[in-house]
Design a protein around this ligand. Structure first.
Ligand code: NCD
Length: 363
């Protein structure tokens, strides 16, 4: 378990210059539970196992009216702010639903053009304003590192509340990685768990933040191997490969996606992230025909393997695959609601109560 350090005892410059591993102990509470959720490297295996178990308990408790009432009472005295200054459907709604499950009252700012940012207010002042009214801020931003900066900023005020990064630029999407891990854990429950599995990533791996966060979280499981299939321009970043090297993870880079399918336990498809093009339309010239999963590919995918996608999809998974039992992307999306409730319940120290209720009423 990580030793607690205090975010208000370090300057922003000094904190910002630390490695992510060095930053991680600043994000936990005295009792070892995560407080802020900012990047994948802050989670260890013990925390991941606890969150997955708690998500399953919440899911099962939610099947009963009494259980829904119990969960909905846990944090009914708290308010959450969803501050999303980048497009989102799933992540926004899944956090919204996760907060509702736990009884939060919720407000949202999704369009900074109708907020005081248009009057010239800094993001820092906006966040301080939200912190006056709310008990948690869930934020998505095109800017890498903004959530970290805000967590640091608030720690130096009298309202140091939890910040959850719901997607930061091209860099990280830690809670998507949590729901991806939860989906993999559930899918391989009867096949010896996640250890020893081979994950095949395909698509825009250079700019896809979900792949970057998931590849890092996977280093917590033993003997995982990965293949990254992408055209050269869209191949996974060297910074991620370095961290995989440090963790001793075996991986391979290829431009031949189709040949890698028969060896995959999970195929993780992604869309082209052309909103990051430096010149509009520049990635429309990249030939992506070999980087999609078609109805024919189902024949070459092993019987117990799964297909994942963080969504939204464009053409990279043929809709002909949607009703195949290996198509996991719809369930993956729903799993997000459970693991996000588990995370938030843990941030607010309600995890033990949920486990006690589960053991008493549903075990
Ligand atoms: C992803 C994202 O926003 O990074 N979507 C999501 O949160 N489920 C992937 C994407 O937009 O392609």
């Amino acid at each position: 378990m990580m030793k607690r350090k205090h975010l208000d005892e370090i300057s922003w410059e000094d904190f910002n210059n630390l490695s992510l591993e060095e930053k991680a102990p600043y994000l936990v509470q005295a009792n070892g539970r995560p407080f802020h959720t900012l990047f994948a490297q802050q989670f260890d295996r013990e925390q991941l196992d606890r969150l997955c178990d708690l998500a399953t308990r919440i899911r099962r408790i939610s099947k009963h009216r009494e259980g829904v009432k119990f969960l909905g009472d846990l944090l009914c005295h708290k308010r959450a702010m969803l501050y999303f200054s980048q497009p989102s459907s799933r992540t926004f709604l899944s956090f919204y639903a996760a907060c509702q499950i736990l009884g939060f009252r919720i407000a949202e700012v999704r369009d900074p053009s109708i907020s005081s940012e248009m009057k010239g207010e800094s993001r820092e002042d906006s966040i301080r304003t939200f912190s006056s009214y709310f008990d948690m801020i869930i934020m998505r931003s095109p800017l890498q590192g903004l959530a970290e900066k805000m967590a640091w900023l608030l720690s130096n005020t009298n309202r140091p509340l939890p910040i959850i990064n719901a997607g930061s630029g091209k860099d990280q999407h830690p809670t998507q990685a949590l729901l991806d891990i939860y989906t993999l854990v559930l899918s391989f429950e009867k096949r010896g768990g996640l250890a020893n599995k081979h994950i095949l990533f395909c698509g825009d791996l250079a700019r896809g933040r979900t792949v970057r966060s998931l590849a890092l979280l996977l280093t917590n499981y033993s003997n995982i191997s990965m293949t990254f299939a992408a055209p050269d321009q869209l191949q996974i970043g060297k910074d991620i490969l370095e961290q995989l090297d440090n963790a001793g993870v075996k991986y391979e880079l290829t431009s031949n996606f189709k040949d890698a399918i028969p060896q995959a336990d999970a195929v993780y498809m992604t869309r082209i992230q052309d909103e990051w093009d430096t010149k509009p339309g520049e990635s429309s010239h990249i030939d992506l025909t070999q980087y999609s999963f078609t109805g024919d590919d189902l024949k070459r995918l092993p019987m117990y393997s799964i297909i994942m996608h963080p969504l939204p999809r464009r053409t990279e998974i043929d809709t002909a695959c949607d009703n195949d039992p290996r198509a996991m992307y719809w369930r993956q999306m729903r799993n997000g609601m459970w693991i996000r409730s588990a995370l938030i319940a843990t941030n607010f120290g309600r995890d033990d109560e949920i486990t006690q209720y589960y053991m008493k009423n549903l075990k």
